[in-house]
Design a protein around this ligand. Sequence first.
Ligand SMILES: [Fe+2]
Length: 192
Amino acid sequence: MSVHPIRESIVQPMPTNDTGPSNDTGGASDHSKKPEPGLIATVSVELLQRLHAHHSSQLTLCDELEEIADSLPDQIDYIRCMRAAKMLDPAVRYAHRFEELELFPLLANSERTSVELQRSLQRLRFEHLEDESFAEELADKLLDIAEGRIVPSGSTEQAELLGYMLRGFFEGLRRHIAFERDHILSRIGTIN
Ligand SMILES: [Fe+2]
C-alpha cells in the first residue's frame, strides 16, 4: 500500500472556527450585485452557501480524524473509526463534484478570469484527485481497525502508520480548504 506524503504547506493557517453557511460567506456577501475590483466572479448566494456547507462537512471530518489520531494507540474509539470510514468518501467526493461541475466552470468562464486563477483551479483539481485516492486508502484502514483486523495498540508500527496517514490527510485537506477560502471564496461576489 502506498502512503501519501503530507502536502507542502503553502497557505496561511486555517481559521479556528467554521461559522457555516448561514452567517459566513467568506467576506464576499458584501460585494453584492455590482462587481468590484479584485473580484474574480459573481455567483448566487445559494451557490456560495453550498460551498460553505461542503467545506463545513469536510472540516467536521478533519476534526473526527484528528480525534482518532490523538487517541492512538491505546484510547482508540472503534465506533468513531467506523463513522469516519463511512464519512470519508461521500464528504470528499460530493464536495469535489460540486466544485468541479458547478463552481469551477463559472470561475473559469468568467470575464474576470486570469492565468493565475486558471492555475489555481488546476492545482485544486489535482489536489482533489490526490485526496480521493488518499480518502479511499484511509477509509479501508479505518474499517480494518473498526472491524478488528488491525489492532493499533498491539503494533507500534501500525499505530505510527495510521497516525501518519490520518495527519497527512486532514492537514492536507485543511490546507486545501484554506487555499480555496483565501484565493477563491474571498474574491467571489454574490447576487440574489
Ligand atoms: Fe476543493
